[in-house]
Design a protein around this ligand. Structure first.
Ligand SMILES: [Zn+2]
Length: 360
C-alpha cells in the first residue's frame, strides 16, 4: 500500500489517494467531494510510467483515459513496485553507475576533442593559414618585424650592399624578392624573416673560413624563407589568437595581432626537421648551381666550433653536439662525393667574401 495523489485530468484539484498493487491491476482509493471513498481500478497493462529523477517523483498515467494520473514520492512507489510487472519497475540501483559512466564517457570525449583540436586541428589550420597567407601581407609583416629589430641589429649598409651582390650572384631566386642585411653584432648566427629578409651577423661571417660557407648559409636561410618556416612557426605559436581572429574574418585584425606579437619570432626556434630540411634542400640548391655542397658541411663545423661554451661536459654534449653532428651526418649521407667544382663565378664570390670579412 502506498500513498500518493490522484489527478482526474478534468480539474486541477488533487485527491489524496491510497494505491494497492495486485497481479492484474492497480487499486486506487480516493475520497470524492463529499468525503466518501471512491474505488478505481486500473489495468496494469494500461499504465505508463514516468520517473522525474530531479524531483524524485513517479508519475503513473492511464493510457486509456489520458489526463488521469497518480503521482507518488519515490519512496512510496518503491514500497509497492515489487508487486508490479517488470515494465513498471524502476531500475534505481543501477542509475548512479549508469550516470557516472555517461559522465565519464562525455568528459573523455570532450577532453579528447579539445586535445585533438589543440594539437592537431589548430596546428593544421595554422599551417594552412601560413601557406595561404597573401604574399604582400607576408612582406608587410616581415618589414615591420625587421623595423622592430633594426636598432638591436646595427645594420651596416655598405656591407649589406656587398652581401646582397653575393646573394644575387647565387641565383637561388629572383634577386628582387630577397633582401640580405649585414648586422654588426658578434652573434655567430644568421636568420630569416618572413617576406624574404635574411640577416647575417658579423660574428658568423668572421668565424667562416671559406666563401662556400656563406653560399651555404644563404642557401639554408633562403630555404627557410621559401618554405615559410618562420611564418609557420609564428602562426603555430599564435594559433589560439588566430582561431579567434579568424572567427571574425578580419585579415587586418589578424595582421595587427601578428605584428604585436612579432617579437615572438626572436624566441622561436625551428624544429630539427625544419633545420634538416633547410640543410638538405639548401645543399641541393648549391649543387644545382654548381657550388660545392661541402660549403654547407663546413658551415656546420664552424657553428660547432663556436657553439656556446658550457661549463659541464655533459651539458655541452647535450646542448650542442647531437644537433649539429646529426645535421653534418645527414648532409654527408646526402652528398657523399665532395664536388669541389670551381664555379665560373668562384673568384667573384671569394672577393666579395673577403671584402665582407675585412675590417673597414
Ligand atoms: Zn636554420
Amino acid at each position: 500500500m502506498a500513498k500518493g495523489k490522484y489527478f482526474d485530468g478534468l480539474t486541477s484539484s488533487e485527491h489524496e489517494a491510497t494505491i494497492n498493487a495486485s497481479l492484474q491491476s492497480l487499486g486506487i482509493i480516493i475520497s470524492d467531494s463529499y468525503g466518501r471513498p471512491k474505488f478505481l481500478n486500473w489495468n496494469l497493462e494500461d499504465i505508463s510510467i514516468e520517473f522525474n529523477e530531479f524531483a524524485k517523483r513517479v508519475e503513473l498515467e492511464s493510457k486509456t483515459e489520458p489526463g488521469k494520473s497518480i503521482e507518488l514520492e519515490l519512496s512510496e512507489y518503491l514500497s509497492i513496485q515489487d508487486q508490479l510487472p517488470k515494465n513498471l519497475r524502476l531500475d534505481i540501483r543501477q542509475n548512479p553507475f549508469k550516470k557516472l559512466w555517461i559522465f565519464v564517457a562525455i568528459s573523455l570525449f570532450l577532453l579528447a576533442f579539445f586535445v585533438f583540436g589543440y594539437f592537431k586541428i589548430l596546428p593544421f589550420l595554422a599551417e594552412k593559414v601560413a601557406m595561404n597567407f597573401p604574399e604582400n601581407y607576408e612582406k608587410k609583416l616581415g618589414q615591420s618585424v625587421f623595423e622592430s629589430m633594426k636598432n638591436d641589429l646595427d645594420i651596416d649598409s655598405v656591407r649589406s650592399h656587398d652581401l646582397q651582390l653575393f646573394f644575387n650572384g647565387l641565383g637561388y631566386d629572383d634577386p628582387k624578392s630577397v633582401k640580405v642585411f649585414y648586422s654588426k653584432t658578434e652573434d655567430i648566427n644568421a636568420f630569416a624573416i618572413p617576406g624574404g629578409i635574411i640577416v647575417v651577423h658579423k660574428g658568423l661571417l668572421n668565424a667562416m673560413s671559406d666563401y662556400t660557407e656563406l653560399q651555404g648559409v644563404l642557401a639554408h636561410e633562403f630555404v627557410h624563407i621559401q618554405l615559410k618556416h618562420s611564418l609557420r612557426l609564428l602562426f603555430r605559436s599564435l594559433s589560439s589568437y588566430l582561431a579567434i581572429s579568424l572567427v571574425f574574418g578580419d585579415i587586418n585584425g589578424i595582421l595587427a595581432v601578428i605584428i604585436q606579437n612579432s617579437n615572438e619570432l626572436r624566441s622561436l626556434s625551428y624544429s630539427r626537421a625544419m633545420e634538416t630540411e633547410a640543410d638538405i634542400k639548401g645543399a641541393a640548391l648549391m649543387v644545382e648551381r654548381d657550388f660545392d655542397p661541402e660549403g654547407m658541411i663546413k658551415l656546420m663545423e664552424t657553428l660547432k666550433t663556436h657553439s656556446p661554451k658550457m661549463e659541464s661536459e655533459v651539458l655541452k654534449y647535450l646542448a650542442t653536439h647531437p644537433d649539429l653532428e646529426l645535421r653534418i651526418d645527414n648532409l654527408e649521407k646526402a652528398y657523399p662525393n665532395k664536388a669541389n667544382t670551381l664555379n665560373a663565378d668562384s673568384l667573384i664570390f671569394k672577393n666579395i667574401f673577403l671584402n665582407l670579412k675585412n675590417e673597414r
